[in-house]
Design a protein around this ligand. Structure first.
Ligand code: RFL
Ligand code: PHB
Length: 390
């Protein structure tokens, strides 16, 4: 088989790229390791930056989001069961975010790609990249039969564990990483959510309240990295959660049985550069943020904004200007997201090895936030996400 662009990975990054390229008349094939049901079954992101919302609108992917999504103008931080503070993104940036699940975005992307007759291979095994600096191709096996796709470019949208990043020689890759000694235990509950998104700092650990729709709530608590889901009954989860938020808030939480429960490890990671020869990386394949800033999915979309523009300019105008600066441009936004995600993680989580000095610094960071409008404005600016560059 031959195509212009071979995309490895049918998550949000790969699907959105193939959708945008199709709108510009550029051919692509997506090679995905899992079944579609598996991809749609992952429960992940929930908060979209203003820029992501606008991108979805621009590419006619927003009908359900604009109908059923919940506009969001900030996030509440509660502190040791009492003081609270609102990251007022609307006041300081004039921009509106949206609570809308990654699952629904992925469903809409699959529906759009299938409507447009996309080529998507599911359950592809042993996906391998070849001749990346010459005439690239991708091979895989499906039902035990080997296949090969020749292409102009390979785009690695295959998440943190995929083969694309590893196809870049080790002496070219520079990797920056921080692994946190805790994870987030998340549950989904069929009960009305709290009115606002809440991040809670407590000496027991971080907790958070979010939602997916008026009858579906999403809650998280910080747990030690080695914990297993089986150690956390629903009762234990609710005990931990309710202790970490103020009493008046705890009274408003409608608890119930979980319909999903999972633990996500926390990690910060960036691999540079995001290009090697005719291979380009996008989304979690190149970078991971801890979920505290709600940035991961948004970064996947902003990478695709830059990369699709670069590929379209290559085919339409014969210019490689944007391809040549893709990695540098995307990385500026990625490092800003790494920075705010790390800062919020440090502010809101308990580290097992922290000492009284660390605790004083954390308290001072929070006090400064309460006291200074300049600090509040800076946080809102970072939280809403940087604008895209021309
Ligand atoms: P994905 O979604 O991991 O998709 C990669 C796809 O590649 C496939 N793949 C392969 N295909 C072929 N051959 C192989 N060898 C392959 N290996 C892998 C995989 O099966 C998969 O389908 O990466 P992508 O597209 O870059 O999207 C990134 C986002 O999924 C991720 O950044 C977000 O979910 C992060 N995230 C959040 N981001 C936000 O912007 N806002 C949030 O509120 C938010 N909350 C979260 C989150 C992530 C979480 N977890 C579980 C890590 C909350 C949580 C708890
Ligand atoms: C979520 O709704 O799952 C969510 C919201 C905000 C975050 C992380 C996750 O920072």
């Amino acid at each position: 088989m031959r195509t212009q662009i071979c995309i490895i990975g049918g998550g949000p990054a790969g699907l959105f790229l193939s959708h945008v390229l199709h709108a510009a008349g550029i051919d692509s094939v997506i090679v995905e390791r899992q079944t579609k049901q598996h991809v749609l079954g992952r429960i992940r992101a929930g908060v979209l930056e203003h820029g992501t919302v606008e991108l979805l609108r621009q590419y006619s992917l927003s009908e359900r989001m604009d109908r059923d999504g919940m506009p969001k103008d900030g996030t509440r931080i509660v502190w040791q069961g009492k003081d609270d503070f609102f990251i007022d993104t609307m006041r300081w940036t004039g921009k509106r975010m949206m609570i809308w699940g990654q699952t629904q975005i992925t469903e809409d992307l699959y529906a759009a790609r299938e409507r447009d007759g996309a080529a998507i291979v599911f359950e592809a095994a042993n996906t391998t990249l070849h001749d990346i600096t010459g005439s690239p191709s991708v091979t895989y096996e499906k039902d035990g039969i080997p296949h090969r796709i020749d292409c102009d470019f390979v785009i690695g949208c295959d998440g943190f564990h995929g083969p694309s990043r590893m196809a870049i020689p080790a002496d070219i890759r520079r990797e920056y990483e921080r692994i946190y000694p805790f994870g987030w235990l998340g549950i989904m509950v069929e009960r009305p959510p709290l009115k606002e998104l809440v991040y809670a700092y407590h000496t027991d650990g971080f907790a958070m309240a979010s939602r997916r729709n008026p009858m579906l709530s999403r809650y998280y608590v910080q747990v030690p990295a080695a914990d297993k889901v089986e150690q956390w009954s629903d009762d234990r989860f609710w005990d931990a959660f309710l202790r970490r938020v103020p009493e008046n808030m705890a009274q408003q939480v409608q608890t119930g049985p979980s319909i999903e429960k999972s633990i996500a490890p926390l990690r910060s990671f960036v691999s540079e550069p995001m290009r090697w020869g005719k291979l380009f990386l996008a989304g979690d394949a190149a970078h991971i943020v801890p979920p505290t800033g709600a940035k991961g999915l948004n970064l996947a979309f902003s990478d695709i904004f830059y990369l699709s523009r670069a590929l379209i300019t290559h085919y339409d105008e014969g210019s490689d200007h944007y391809l040549d600066c893709y990695s540098e441009m995307a990385l500026r936004r990625i490092w800003a997201a790494e920075n705010i995600s790390w800062k919020l993680t440090k502010l809101l989580h308990v580290f097992p090895d922290e000492d009284p000095f660390d605790q004083k610094i954390r308290q001072n960071d929070y006090d400064l936030l309460l006291a200074s409008e300049e600090v509040q404005q800076a946080l809102a600016y970072e939280y809403i996400g940087l604008p895209f560059e021309d």
